[in-house]
Design a protein around this ligand. Structure first.
Ligand code: C2O
Length: 345
């Protein structure tokens, strides 16, 4: 028996099992009985998501402006930053029931849902920001942490007076992204430094991208309607993605807020650029040589669906099948050299 995963009935996240001192998280979106199937607009030109470390002043100003407006909306508004952040909590901390399986709760991590869920999530975040500043071509920046130039937090996020800043964040000004960071045994882990750190990041990227030759290795394991939560992440999700989350969290917070926990990660604007890089790696992976570098084609995957508010405040149901090609969603990424391409360990 098999079925796609489909979201219905968001109820307050139950337990937040792994968080201390966090109660009554309200992460469901504003209720709305009218859910429509999302129809993708026809995009004639592509929005190009720039590398954050290369973005110019004008671009940074524009993003600041958009986010400032988003942050100024009342919390209950579906376009508010609080609501955007809550989306991550709702889909990661068991707030959504699955259609047809009221006892199964959706978790978009550790399985094949990881890449497509986050793609749709960023897509609406971007469309909403564009709408707020009247610029439908606005594209969010990606944090190119797989390159040497992106190993530190990009400048635009460091300005304390900017809406891109988040107080609950690791504020070590020397902080570098160690993609091999052993977040499960952090107490005993020693990070390499300088050139060695860069080399170690490159070999991890090689292993996660080039050596992950099948969809299951790269995207993660099968997870269908009615399935209990699984632990089957793909290579990118398991290591570099999670390392960056944990490293970015504020060490003085009991749960590593904001970036270090699912319920709070979306409250840090750097989350969206972190995930834009993850999303970009999906596009890159499919273009690497090898006959198995393609998206899953099982119907249960393609028909799996999520709910989001779109830029017109409509609650829409989106399917994975419609997001596999980012150019259909109207965007692609600024090209930068792939430094890890030949870094076989
Ligand atoms: Cu939904 Cu980076 O996790």
């Amino acid at each position: 028996f098999a079925a796609p995963v489909d979201a219905t009935n968001c109820s307050t996240a139950g337990t937040l099992p792994s968080c201390t001192n966090v109660k009554d998280q309200k992460c469901c979106p504003p209720p709305n009985p009218n859910i429509s199937d999302y129809v993708l607009p026809e995009y004639r030109s592509l929005r190009t998501r720039p590398a954050a470390h290369l973005a110019n002043r004008k671009y940074v100003e524009k993003y600041n402006k958009a986010l400032k407006i988003m942050r100024s909306l009342p919390n209950e508004h579906p376009h508010s930053f609080a609501q955007q952040a809550a989306i991550h909590c709702a889909y990661c901390d068991s707030a959504y029931e699955m259609v047809g399986f009221p006892n199964a709760k959706i978790d978009v991590h550790f399985s094949w849902l990881f890449f497509p869920f986050h793609r749709w999530y960023l897509y609406f975040y971007e469309r909403i920001l564009g709408k707020l500043i009247g610029d439908p071509d606005f594209a969010i920046p990606y944090w190119n942490w797989d390159a040497k130039a992106g190993v530190s937090v990009p400048d635009m996020f460091n300005n304390r007076d900017s809406p891109l800043y988040d107080k609950l964040r690791n504020d070590d000004s020397q902080l570098k992204m160690d993609l091999n960071y052993d977040y499960k045994d952090a107490a005993n882990y020693v990070s390499p430094v300088g050139k060695q750190l860069i080399e170690s990041n490159k070999s991890l990227m090689y292993t996660s991208m080039v050596s992950a030759r099948t969809p299951t290795l790269f995207f993660g394991q099968v997870y269908r309607g009615g399935d209990a939560q699984i632990n089957g992440p793909g290579t990118i999700e398991r290591q570099p993605h999670t390392a960056v989350h944990v490293l970015m969290g504020d060490r003085n917070q009991i749960n590593g807020e904001d970036m270090g926990r699912f319920y709070s990660a979306g409250r840090d604007p750097i989350f969206y650029s972190h995930h834009a890089n993850v999303d970009r790696l999906w596009n890159i992976w499919k273009r690497l040589p090898g006959k198995n570098r393609k998206d899953f084609d099982q119907t249960d995957y393609l028909d799996s669906a999520f709910l989001f508010y779109d830029e017109n405040e409509k609650l829409v149901r989106v399917k994975i099948r419609d997001c596999l090609d980012s150019s259909k969603l109207g965007y692609d990424y600024e090209k930068v050299p792939l430094e890890w391409l030949n870094s076989r360990a």
